[in-house]
Design a protein around this ligand. Structure first.
Ligand SMILES: Cc1cc2nc3c(=O)[nH]c(=O)nc-3n(C[C@H](O)[C@H](O)[C@H](O)COP(=O)(O)OP(=O)(O)OC[C@H]3O[C@@H](n4cnc5c(N)ncnc54)[C@H](O)[C@@H]3O)c2cc1C
Length: 475
């Protein structure tokens, strides 16, 4: 039987795997993982991410062994490694999962070219989204706006791939040791529960009950039972098709209450947003560094600000903003509601460039999907696919009253304010003035006064926005 290499990248599972299903129809699979310099740099940038990846790859190796195969691990430039392995094992082709961010798309093309020049078939398949970009786009241009995309997305069938019949080859070719976190400068352990089996079990439990309260959870960071699927989806420990198909099927349950059905619909909308941003990055290759909206390409955001380090450290004096940052730094994840509020504060209150915020979060997030971080940061900064007439500037105090009315989330992440009254939490400017009168000391242990007056900053930003964008659109 012919042999095909399946190169695992951000698709570290065997179920519902596009590449395996397609290659496995006509060939025995030689499973390979290449730790190349681009992947290594991304892992090096976030120590928790590095540990997660190492755990996921080790789990994949075990699953392949159970299915009778042997994962071959190599380090080096992907194209060169795959070309020499294909020759060594007599594989006629190599299959791998597409990347969606500009760097990844370019790297995919380079690898494809190098393999094809050597007479080796190279097939790149869509595996990360539940609906592939071409299925919604049709033409090569993709969707720039979410609403029409979502309408189209809902009409698409989502069918997970069956990989149960794929056969693995167990070849006696040299394999290097599995990567360990220390290789990427990380001191974290690989962690429990980082395997397709564990993720699947947690997802099934979530689907059973918690997902039915998703409408509330996405607005209640203190309780926060959103799915936490971002990291498993980004490393492919579970297929997006599997998730979307099972949520759709759950929504067909005739016994659901209206609010439960709403929760499931909102969850599907979130999955569609993921596919939307993936296709956006795929079709608009300059997004990494350049705004989607032409009129915003010359809009000036600062690269720096006197309070940028305070924002980075969770010490802006706005408790909800700081709580979000501290959750991220402590866990590698931030509640979705908080991401929008914290990002808005950076872009509009401090006037700092969305790319600065994105790159900062890259150091802390476990999930690894540049297309999603860029798409969302552009959206929040008002330079991307959100077509609202004006940027949505969140008031961090009003948002705290609305989404954390008992202050539980804030108190959990900011111990310095845990003993304060609710009133003090929700009136940070007044509280700071009161503290200054009583005790004019703000040491490391005390919580800082607000670094900026939100109302003044927001108004100034909007004025500048109106001026500069009016000029940009009149040119
Ligand atoms: C400024 C900003 C930056 C972000 N950066 C990232 C990022 O780097 N990586 C990332 O995966 N998500 C990012 N998001 C989107 C979203 O906040 C996270 O996916 C979500 O917080 C993850 O938690 P969860 O898995 O519990 O999500 P849930 O609310 O349970 O949603 C389920 C899944 O839907 C997808 N999803 C939900 N919301 C979005 C969205 N707005 N855009 C795209 N997909 C979505 C995710 O895959 C998520 O796991 C960002 C959002 C903002 C506002």
């Amino acid at each position: 039987m012919a042999r095909t290499i399946v190169a695992f990248t951000r698709d570290l599972r065997l179920d519902d795997h596009a590449g395996l299903a397609i290659a496995g129809r006509s060939a025995a699979i030689v499973p390979v993982a290449v730790v190349d310099p681009i992947a290594a740099a991304r892992l090096r940038s976030s120590p928790r991410r590095a540990a997660y990846y190492c755990g996921a790859l080790a789990a994949l190796e075990r699953e392949i062994a159970i299915r009778g195969g042997r994962l071959i691990v190599r380090r080096g430039r992907t194209g060169v490694v795959l070309r020499s392995l294909a020759r060594a094992v007599g594989a006629s082709g190599v299959v791998w999962t597409a990347s969606y961010d500009a760097k990844g798309v370019r790297a995919d093309r380079d690898v494809q070219e190098l393999l094809e020049e050597a007479g080796i078939r190279a097939l790149i398949v869509h595996d990360a989204p539940s609906v592939a970009p071409e299925e919604t786009g049709g033409e090569r241009r993709g969707y720039r706006a979410f609403v029409p995309y979502f309408e189209r997305w809902q009409q698409q069938d989502v069918v997970p791939y069956d990989t149960s019949l794929c056969g693995f080859e167990r070849l006696d070719v040299g394999s290097e040791p599995l990567p360990v976190p220390a290789e990427f400068g990380s001191r974290y352990e690989t962690g429990e529960g980082v395997s397709p089996h564990a993720v699947r079990t947690r997802f099934e439990r979530y689907l059973e009950s918690e997902i039915l309260h998703y409408a509330l959870a996405r607005n209640a960071p203190a309780d926060g039972e959103t799915s936490h699927l971002s990291a498993p989806l980004s490393f492919g420990l579970i297929g997006a098709r599997t998730v979307a198909a099972e949520v759709r099927s759950r929504r067909n349950d005739p016994l659901l209450l209206a609010e439960e059905r709403l929760s499931l619909s909102l969850f599907l909308r979130a999955l569609a947003q993921r596919d939307f941003f993936l296709q956006l990055a795929y079709f608009f290759e300059t997004l990494d560094e350049s705004p989607l909206q032409e009129k915003m390409r010359r809009f000036h955001f600062e690269r720096s600000h006197a309070s940028l380090d305070a924002w980075r450290a969770g010490r802006t004096g706005y408790p909800l903003v700081d709580a979000g940052v501290r959750e991220l730094r402590a866990t590698g994840w931030m509640h979705p509601r908080l991401r929008a509020i914290v990002a808005s504060f950076l872009c509009f209150d401090l006037g700092v460039d969305w790319r600065v915020g994105r790159d900062e979060w890259e150091r802390w997030l476990i999930e690894d999907e540049p297309a999603l971080s860029t798409g969302n940061w552009q959206w929040i900064a008002g330079v991307g696919a959100d077509l609202a007439a004006y940027p949505r500037i969140y008031n961090p105090v009003k948002q705290a009253r609305r989404f954390d009315p008992a202050g539980r989330y804030i108190r959990r992440w900011i111990p310095e304010v845990a003993a304060r009254s609710d009133r003090a939490l929700f009136e940070p400017e007044i509280e700071a003035r009161r503290n200054q009168l009583a005790l004019p000391i703000f040491g490391e242990q005390s919580y800082p006064a607000p670094v900026i007056d939100h109302d003044v900053a927001a108004r100034a930003f909007l004025e500048r926005y109106k001026r500069e964008v009016a000029v940009a659109t009149s040119e």
